[in-house]
Structures are given as structure tokens and as C-alpha cells.
Design a protein around this ligand. Structure first.
Ligand SMILES: Cc1cc2nc3c(=O)[nH]c(=O)nc-3n(C[C@H](O)[C@H](O)[C@H](O)COP(=O)(O)OP(=O)(O)OC[C@H]3O[C@@H](n4cnc5c(N)ncnc54)[C@H](O)[C@@H]3O)c2cc1C
Length: 356
């Protein structure tokens, strides 16, 4: 048994803590504001195909592995907690609002197929048969059955509960220096806060990429408005709608690096207008909340996951995909802590790669 300190109670720190506690280690998690970071605001799409980013090839195997391991993470949580995670496997529909957006969708699908991913072009009629709330005006549709979802606020709460049941100790304080932790191993999983943690040769380079998100509630007589995650391109802007069992509908997300950590009126307006373009029925929904989260981005948009010294492991920088990549971070993070060979090659995620 090893004593392990983990800085950060976001989805990455919690899923890593649970995995290590389940393997019999003595785990302590530090966080003055648990579950308050990016994980609190995220959409929760588990989308290794729809979220594919051009020229980000090193990310694809990581995302694919994470998607394949997600059911294991959900099962692990379920062994320790009865709380829901919002895990749903109905799949995703991606639609183009007009002809130019359809062309964008077609190009993306070609790229996805060329990289061995599964994405099926369907007629707009077939799309509307699956999801009758889609606008009759949409110009194109692609069906991606392998892209799923969780509800981030539910899964982090369930992880928290599961960690407690598995014997993890929680300290309501931040870790400022790895030397302060009385532990054999320290895992830095503090999202954007990782840059500030001292006591080692810290050259992590993280930047906040803000995203506005809107929560609506579907009125009872309209529920369920949609069953699948609906992603769309509207005048070349990306928008998504994620339906939840509790009747809420998450609409996201903008992407900006302007340092403004509050939801912006312009962003909220744009999200609602674009979402209504593809699912007009959202205009009848109750408005619940607008929020803004900061994605922890790195210079090359790849995570930092790996060992940086005999005692310290870094697991952060998961940028747009941290909810999905939590399954990878937990499994491979635990393997790195235990000095075992990681289940996927982590050569592209070396946390020391941006050291000058
Ligand atoms: C608007 C938006 C939408 C998104 N949608 C998706 C999506 O659909 N799918 C997807 O896969 N990903 C999505 N993401 C990305 C995802 O949310 C992040 O990559 C992920 O949440 C990162 O998790 P984390 O645990 O590393 O960081 P966080 O959730 O930010 O958690 C970090 C934690 O560390 C704590 N902390 C900070 N400093 C210290 C310290 N010194 N000591 C101890 N604790 C500390 C903080 O209080 C916080 O609780 C989205 C993000 C945003 C903002």
C-alpha cells in the first residue's frame, strides 16, 4: 500500500483517487473548492468522433481508449455509490443548418471515416424520424452512435461519494507545494491550478479557454424534446444540445480566451439563437442558468499526463475533452503512480515537454 496525495477534486482528481483507493492505496485528496472547476460547467459529451479536431492525431487514440474504458469507470463508481452519473448511450446526431454547414459536415465526416471512425450520413428525413423536434430546414445529418454522455455535476458528485465509501480522505484545503504533502506519491490533478503548485521543477503552461453554457428545462408536455445529443453547425459555428433525464437541456458552448470568467450576454444570445435554429422547440423551455467555465488548455492542446519525478505525477491540461478523458486519466494515472506500464502510449503527454 502506498500513501498518495492528490491535488484537485475535479473529475480527473476524483476518478484517479477512486481508482487508486480501489487498488488498496491510502489516498488523500486536497481541494479548498471541490468540484468547482471546469468539471462543474462542462457539457459532458463523451465524443471521440464528433469532437474530433483536425490535425490533432495524437489525441485520437487517447480519446478512443477513454471511450472504450468509460463503462469500466461507470461500473467502478457503481460498486461504491448508488448515486446517478447521467451516463447515457443513445448516441449523437450532428446536423448542418444550411448548405454551407452541410458541406462542413460532409468534410468532417470524410475526415472521421479516413481515421477509421464510425459516422453515418443519413437523410434529413431519417434524422427527423429519429428526432422529430429537429427543424425541417436542416440541410444535412450524420449519425454517430458511439458518442455518449454523462452529466458532469452528477458524475463528480457520485465520484465524491464513491471515493468516501472507498476510504479516500478529503482535506478542504489546497496543496501549494508538493513537499507539504505527507505521502509517498503526489498527483497534481488541479486543472488550471496545477501551474501554481511548487516544490518541483514546474514548467507547466496552462491557459483558460472560457466557454459559456446555458441550462434550460423542458416543460413536461414537451418532454423529451430530444433523446440524443444534437450537435450542429450553424453559419459555421458549433453548438450542442444535451438532453438529461431530469428534463434539463444543456446548450453549449462558446470558446474564448478573453480572460472574462463570467457568462457573456453575447455568448448566451448566440447559443440560444443557434440552438433554436436546429431545434426550434427550445424557445418554449424554462431558462434555468447561464454559466461559464474555463477549459485547462496547453500550448499543443494535448494533456499533461506522466511522471515528473520519483514522487510526483502530473495529470492535467485535458482542455475540451476532460470529461471523456477522465477514464484514461484514472486508469493510466494509477498505472503511472504504481510505476506500471501505462495501457496506452503516453509519449505525447509528457508533462515536461514545454520546459525550455
Ligand atoms: C464550457 C465547457 C464545456 C465542456 N464540455 C466538455 C464535454 O462535453 N466533454 C468533455 O469531455 N469535456 C468537456 N469540457 C472539458 C472538461 O470540463 C475539462 O477538461 C475537465 O473538467 C478538466 O477536469 P479537471 O479535474 O482537470 O479540472 P477541474 O474540473 O477544473 O478541477 C480542478 C480542481 O482543482 C482544484 N484546485 C486548483 N488548485 C488547487 C490546489 N493548489 N490544490 C488543490 N486543489 C486545487 C480546483 O478547485 C478544482 O476543483 C468542457 C469544459 C468547459 C469549460
Amino acid at each position: 500500500m502506498t500513501t498518495i496525495a492528490i491535488a484537485g477534486a475535479g473529475i480527473i482528481g476524483l476518478s484517479t483517487a477512486l481508482t487508486l483507493a480501489d487498488r488498496g492505496h491510502d489516498v488523500t485528496v486536497y481541494d479548498a473548492h471541490p468540484r468547482s472547476g471546469a468539471s462543474h460547467h462542462a457539457g459532458g459529451m463523451l465524443a471521440p468522433v464528433a469532437e474530433v479536431v483536425y490535425q490533432q492525431d495524437p489525441l485520437f487514440p487517447l480519446m478512443r481508449a477513454a471511450a472504450a474504458w468509460y463503462p469500466d469507470l461507470i461500473a467502478l463508481i457503481g460498486r461504491y455509490s448508488a448515486l446517478p452519473t447521467g451516463y447515457r448511450t443513445e448516441g449523437t446526431l450532428v446536423v448542418g443548418a444550411d448548405r454551407a454547414d452541410k458541406a462542413h459536415l460532409d468534410e468532417l465526416q470524410d475526415y472521421q471515416l479516413a481515421h477509421g471512425m464510425e459516422a453515418t450520413r443519413i437523410t434529413t428525413r431519417a434524422a427527423r424520424a429519429l428526432e422529430p423536434a429537429l427543424s425541417p430546414a436542416i440541410a444535412g445529418a450524420v449519425r454517430i452512435d458511439g458518442d455518449h454522455q454523462v452529466q458532469p455535476r452528477l458524475i463528480t458528485r457520485a465520484l465524491d461519494d464513491a471515493c468516501a465509501a472507498a476510504g479516500v480522505t478529503f482535506l478542504a484545503e489546497d496543496l501549494h507545494d508538493v513537499r507539504e504533502a505527507h505521502a509517498d506519491q503526489v498527483v497534481i490533478a488541479a486543472g488550471l491550478g496545477a501551474e501554481q503548485i511548487g516544490g518541483w521543477d514546474n514548467h507547466l503552461k496552462l491557459r483558460p479557454v472560457y466557454g459559456d453554457v446555458v441550462q434550460l428545462r423542458v416543460p413536461e408536455h414537451q418532454f423529451p424534446l430530444v433523446d440524443r445529443v444534437i450537435r450542429g453547425f450553424v453559419e459555421d459555428r458549433a453548438v450542442y444540445l444535451i438532453p438529461r433525464a431530469d428534463r434539463t437541456l444543456t446548450i453549449g458552448a462558446t470558446s474564448r480566451e478573453d480572460g472574462r470568467a463570467v457568462p457573456l450576454a453575447q455568448g448566451v444570445h448566440q447559443l440560444l439563437r443557434d440552438a433554436a435554429e436546429i431545434v426550434p422547440g427550445i424557445e418554449d423551455c424554462d431558462f434555468v442558468e447561464a454559466s461559464c467555465g474555463a477549459r485547462p488548455g496547453t500550448p499543443d492542446d494535448l494533456p499533461y499526463l506522466g511522471r515528473v519525478s520519483e514522487r510526483v505525477v502530473v495529470s492535467t491540461g485535458y482542455f475540451r475533452h476532460g470529461i471523456l478523458l477522465a477514464a484514461l486519466a484514472a486508469r493510466c494515472g494509477a498505472e503511472v503512480v504504481e510505476k506500471r506500464r501505462p495501457s496506452v502510449d503516453l509519449k505525447d503527454t509528457n508533462p515536461l515537454r514545454h520546459r525550455r
